[in-house]
Write a protein that binds this ligand. Structure first.
Ligand SMILES: Cc1cc2nc3c(=O)[nH]c(=O)nc-3n(C[C@H](O)[C@H](O)[C@H](O)COP(=O)(O)O)c2cc1C
Length: 190
């Protein structure tokens, strides 16, 4: 049974919802999963207690959380020694405009450049708009983004764009990657 750490950063809660989905999906297929919500002064976990790690975070004004970058930079050697994936949550990832969608890939590339970490596998997940949880000025920013993408919000101001099937497929591929890494490890030890 693989033990997977899911370390995530969230502002309005969508990455938290995604992290819980990841945990539930992995557990349903027999992996043991632990959630870790990161904040500015999160201490390094005991990576030796895990076989793999998934890191997730969201984009605000073109960048992942600074404390997520710091966590990954600080722990990049441990992360590089184990199978690891990265999930980046943004509105761009769900855009119907190819140019806007390519921004989601650029956010990931920038994250890797800033942290010096190269995950084995990455997934850009479309996020959500939670107007009720977003302070007024931040809400103006996100509503401008929504308008740029040609989306009309209903009066609740809430909308979820996450493609759960695509996330599920990513997790299937990640589990396969884990199994292959494990097999190579066994063969190397023989
Ligand atoms: C103030 C603000 C700025 C944002 N800026 C961007 C952005 O530059 N690019 C983008 O693709 N999405 C942007 N988003 C959308 C978020 O990435 C999306 O809402 C995501 O679901 C947030 O995840 P979280 O709830 O886990 O923090 C922004 C959202 C807010 C509230």
């Amino acid at each position: 049974m693989f033990r997977v750490l899911i370390a995530y950063a969230t502002d309005e809660g969508q990455t938290k919802k995604i992290a819980h989905f990841v945990r539930d999906t992995l557990e349903a297929s027999g992996c043991e999963s632990s959630l870790m919500e990161l904040c500015a002064d999160t201490a390094a976990p005991d990576f030796s207690a895990f076989d793999a790690v998934l890191v997730a975070g969201s984009i605000h004004v073109g960048r992942h959380q600074k404390f997520l970058e710091d966590f990954v930079s600080t722990n990049k050697h441990a992360l590089s020694r184990m199978p690891a994936g990265f999930i980046s949550v943004s509105l761009s990832a769900g855009s119907s405009h190819p140019v806007e969608r390519s921004a989601a890939d650029r956010y990931v590339a920038m994250f890797c450049e800033r942290t010096g970490w190269q995950p084995d596998t990455t997934h850009c997940a479309a996020g959500a708009i939670r107007s009720a949880k977003t302070p007024f000025l931040r809400r103006l920013v996100v509503h401008a983004m929504v308008a740029k993408n040609g989306i009309t919000l209903d009066p609740s101001g809430e909308a979820e764009f996450t493609d759960w099937d695509a996330l599920h497929d990513f997790l299937e591929a990640f589990k396969l990657h884990l199994a292959c890494a494990d097999q190579s490890h066994i063969e190397a030890a023989e």
